[in-house]
Each structure stands twice: as structure tokens, then as C-alpha cells.
Design a protein around this ligand. Structure first.
Ligand code: HEM
Length: 232
């Protein structure tokens, strides 16, 4: 059997493609989570009991008896954590390669500029992650208590928090950053996975990325705004 020896450059290209595929798949998994989370949050409009019941079900009976009660949430958290770690790892390695290429003597005089999208995706990702850490400290760990007490029910937690305009504003900025990241990310991921094959396909991907981003922004922000305005 003939063996082919790859040059270091060919190896680097192959590994960069693999990292982009990793980013694409983990990114799409997280977009799937966001759509489900957004949909779940809308249960607030069915009343306090429905919202609290849904939140407890997610941490208890879901998938029981397929898995023991209370296990699903931990399997899900481990899965999401692996997706985040894979996504950030791939982003960090690709960023390093891109910055190294910029200062490399091989591209000297070739003006290797990073694209605007690459820079905004990177900084957007950092802001997104910082906001997520705050979000988890607030609603999952109950360490940052924005107007609620540690043992409060999910509905009371959300209600107390979003009765404050500054928190609604802070969430609007964070969710906007998330949605802009998702807009470019969906487009980029589907392109990496080979869906960007013609001008028509390009138009479709662009439209799809915008629809998902706008749906997420409106779907996520309806609830805090409704609480602020006293509708729930
Ligand atoms: C206005 C927007 C959002 C609201 C009102 C909201 C609300 C909540 C609430 C109330 C919980 C706690 C549920 C519970 O423990 O009973 C939660 C958990 C969570 N949220 Fe959000 N969320 C929003 C946006 C986001 C976004 C944009 C992300 C991701 C970038 C996100 C990621 C998470 C994660 C990972 C959890 C933890 C799930 C777990 O317990 O394992 N959320 N959210």
C-alpha cells in the first residue's frame, strides 16, 4: 500500500480543518440548546406553577425511568461542558495559528490581515462567556442574588430579577452579543460543513442564520421585558 508523507504545512492545514469542524459541530449543538432554553423560558407566560414545574421537571423526572431520577441534568451539563471546552479550545488554537501567521517571515510583505469577522467573533465569544459565568452564578448557583433569596422558586427568582430595569438592559446587551455571535457562527458552521455550495445556497444560509439569531433575541428578551412591564 502506498504511503503518503505530509509536509508540515499539509499537516497544519488538515488539523486546522479538523478544528473548524469541531467548532462547527459544537457550535451547532449550543445553538440547539439556546433554542430549547428560549422555548422553555416562554413557559413563564403559562403562569408561576407551569414555569416552576417545568424547571423542577428538568432537574428531576425528565427521561425517568430511562435514566434514574435527577441524572439527566448532570449528563446534559457534562455534555454541554464538553461542547464548550471543545469550542473554546478550537477557537484558541486557530487564533494562535492566525496570529503566528501574521508575524511569520513566510508571509512577510503579504499583509496577512485578520478579518473583521474573526476579531468580532473572538471578542464576542469572550463577552458571551463572561456573561454566561454571571448567568450561572445568578440563576443556577444562586451566588449572585439579584433581588431574590437562595431558596426561592425559579419564577420568583426571575420575577425579582427582571423587575429591575438595569438588569433587563444588561441582559439585552448580553443576549444581543450572543445572537450576533450565533448569526455569524451558524453561517460559518454550515459553510465549514459544506452547505455553502452556490449563490442560492449562500442566500439560504444567510437568511437561516438571521432567522435563528432574530428568533433567539426576541424569544429570550420577551420574558424579561414582560416582567419589567408587569405583564407576568
Ligand atoms: C433573557 C435571557 C435568559 C433568561 C431569562 C434565562 C433564564 C435562565 C434561568 C431562570 C435559568 C435557571 C433555571 C433553573 O435552574 O431553574 C437558566 C439556566 C441556564 N441558562 Fe439561561 N437564560 C437566558 C439566556 C441564556 C443564554 C443566552 C444562555 C447561553 C449563552 C443561557 C444559558 C443557561 C445555562 C447553561 C443554564 C444552566 C442550565 C443548568 O442548570 O444546567 N441562558 N437560565
Amino acid at each position: 500500500m502506498a504511503t503518503t508523507t505530509l509536509t508540515p504545512h499539509q499537516r497544519a492545514v488538515r488539523s486546522s480543518v479538523a478544528l473548524k469542524v469541531l467548532m462547527a459541530i459544537t457550535g451547532l449543538i449550543m445553538v440547539g440548546f439556546l433554542l430549547m432554553h428560549m422555548y422553555g423560558n416562554l413557559k413563564v407566560f403559562l403562569g408561576a406553577d407551569a414555569f416552576n414545574h417545568y424547571a423542577h421537571w428538568l432537574k428531576g423526572e425528565i427521561l425517568y425511568p430511562l435514566v434514574p431520577e435527577g441524572w439527566f441534568i448532570w449528563i446534559f451539563r457534562a455534555f454541554m461542558l464538553a461542547a464548550i471546552v471543545g469550542h473554546v479550545y478550537a477557537a484558541a488554537v486557530l487564533t494562535k495559528r492566525s496570529l503566528d501567521a501574521r508575524s511569520s517571515k513566510y508571509v512577510h510583505g503579504h499583509n496577512h490581515q485578520e478579518t473583521y469577522a474573526a476579531r468580532t467573533m473572538r471578542w464576542g465569544g469572550v463577552i458571551l462567556l463572561t456573561g454566561l459565568i454571571f448567568h450561572l452564578l445568578q440563576f443556577t448557583a444562586h451566588v449572585v442574588r439579584t433581588g431574590f433569596s437562595a431558596g426561592d422558586e425559579p419564577f420568583d427568582m426571575v420575577h425579582a430579577s427582571f423587575s429591575q430595569w438595569w438588569l433587563v438592559l444588561a441582559y439585552a446587551v448580553w443576549v444581543l452579543v450572543v445572537c450576533l455571535h450565533v448569526r455569524h457562527g451558524v453561517w460559518s458552521a454550515l459553510t465549514t460543513l459544506g452547505a455553502n455550495t452556490s449563490p442560492k445556497a449562500r442566500g439560504f444560509l444567510n437568511g437561516l442564520a438571521w432567522v435563528i439569531a432574530v428568533t433567539l433575541f426576541v424569544g429570550f428578551m420577551i420574558m424579561p421585558v414582560a416582567v419589567l412591564l408587569g405583564w407576568v
